[in-house]
Design a protein around this ligand. Structure first.
Ligand code: NAD
Ligand code: 89Y
Length: 340
């Protein structure tokens, strides 16, 4: 049984604590938060007695195999390096870091410790997205040459996560990062990006609309479009909709979790609605299920001695797309990902 310590008991960490309860061969034995009210609420809800207001003290006093870092981005580098210094396996929430230099240093620190490092990049673990990825990777539509990954919503994310309204960067760093990662999972690494960004909601500081054009290794194209300013019915939060064209057919993941594959042999539509866990709620259940899935993947990878699909090293390529998108939008030009 792997013993984990969770750092950060805020909004999203509640999902992570629920997810860990479902995990096989791992559990959270200690928690840490600087905010006493959040620490007490998480400890009481999940029956965890070992509670700390300081991560260094938790790591010094507890016998842990891994840490799960669920704080916001500003603290990620220091906490990952602290865990690496103590020889622990690490999960860190997205966005991994707010600069490529920080992210590269974090990956190097955990590698030097010889431990497993996974970024909690869970959207590609959503079961409907996973079904699409597996169909494409399994050759259902032949070699893909075009993809569109689209996340458009008017859902109020600011009430649960108020920092999203006040941070300088919003949708690409917070949400677009997941959709860019899905594009990579479907189409392979991207080498070039062109992005436009808009702020439609005057009450927030950062951009709430982004449209990105990616050129992948080998020449395939993707369009990744994200919006939190889209008022439409049905409201599809938090669904990422997909269209992938391949040389032998097309795949679509439509609203309501309907996956369609069309080839010369015909068209097949499947209901790929995620499981509604007993601790989950609509409309979040899609994301919540993926938390448990990625956590189990982390445990399985440690046991098997292999790198997680969204390892720290892998995630550098997703984070580079985020940085390159901001550079592209700021300078009004197409950016080669190697520039960042
Ligand atoms: P939050 O502000 O609600 O919670 C963060 C908590 O961390 C707070 O309680 C804060 O007191 C604590 N904290 C901060 N620094 C600390 C430190 N050094 N030591 C101990 N505690 C510390 O934030 P949130 O909305 O839960 O987001 C946390 C992270 O999860 C962010 O990086 C966010 O992008 C990510 N997130 C991911 C998903 C997803 O689907 N993967 C969804 C939502 C949020
Ligand atoms: O923080 C974001 C995330 O990672 O998934 C959805 C979200 O909670 C709001 O955009």
């Amino acid at each position: 049984m792997l013993r984990g310590g969770l750092i950060g008991c805020g909004f999203f960490a509640m999902n992570q604590l629920h997810g860990w309860r479902e995990a096989s061969r791992a559990r959270i034995v200690a928690i840490c938060d600087r905010d006493p009210a959040r620490l007490a609420e998480a400890g009481d809800t999940f029956g965890i007695a070992a509670r700390y207001d300081d991560a260094a003290r938790m790591l010094a006093e507890e016998d842990l195999d891994f840490v799960d870092i669920a704080t916001t981005v500003g603290s990620h580098r220091a906490l990952v390096e602290l865990a690496a210094d103590r020889g622990l396996h690490v999960i860190c929430q997205k966005p991994l870091a707010s600069s490529m230099d920080d992210a590269r240093a974090m990956v190097a620190a955990v590698a030097a410790a010889g431990r497993t490092f996974m970024v909690h990049e869970n959207f590609r673990w959503q079961s409907p997205i996973r079904a699409a990825i597996e169909a494409v990777r399994g050759g259902a539509i032949g070699t893909p040459f075009f993809a569109r990954a689209s996340f458009r919503s008017g859902y109020d994310v600011f009430s649960g996560q108020p920092y999203l309204a006040t941070d300088e960067r919003f949708i690409v760093q917070d949400l677009g990062i997941h959709v860019l990662d899905i594009a990579r999972a479907l189409m392979g690494d991207a080498v070039r990006i062109t992005a436009t960004m808009q702020r439609v909601n005057p009450a927030i500081r950062g951009e709430d609309v982004a449209t990105m054009l990616l050129v992948h290794d080998g020449g395939a194209t993707s369009v990744v479009d994200c919006s939190y300013a889209t008022r439409r019915q049905p409201e599809t939060f938090p669904e990422t909709l997909l269209e992938v064209d391949g040389e032998a057919g097309t795949l679509r993941l439509d609203a309501g979790y309907r996956l369609t594959v069309q080839t010369a042999e015909g068209s097949e539509t499947r209901d790929v609605t995620p499981r509604l866990a007993d601790w989950a709620e609509r409309p979040w259940f899609n994301i919540q299920e993926s938390v448990a899935s990625i956590q189990q993947h982390f445990v399985d990878c440690i046991e098997a001695g292999r790198a997680p699909e969204t390892s720290g090293a892998d995630n550098l390529s997703t984070l580079a797309l985020v940085e390159a998108a901001y550079l592209s939008a700021a300078e009004g030009r197409s950016v080669d990902v190697s520039e960042v």
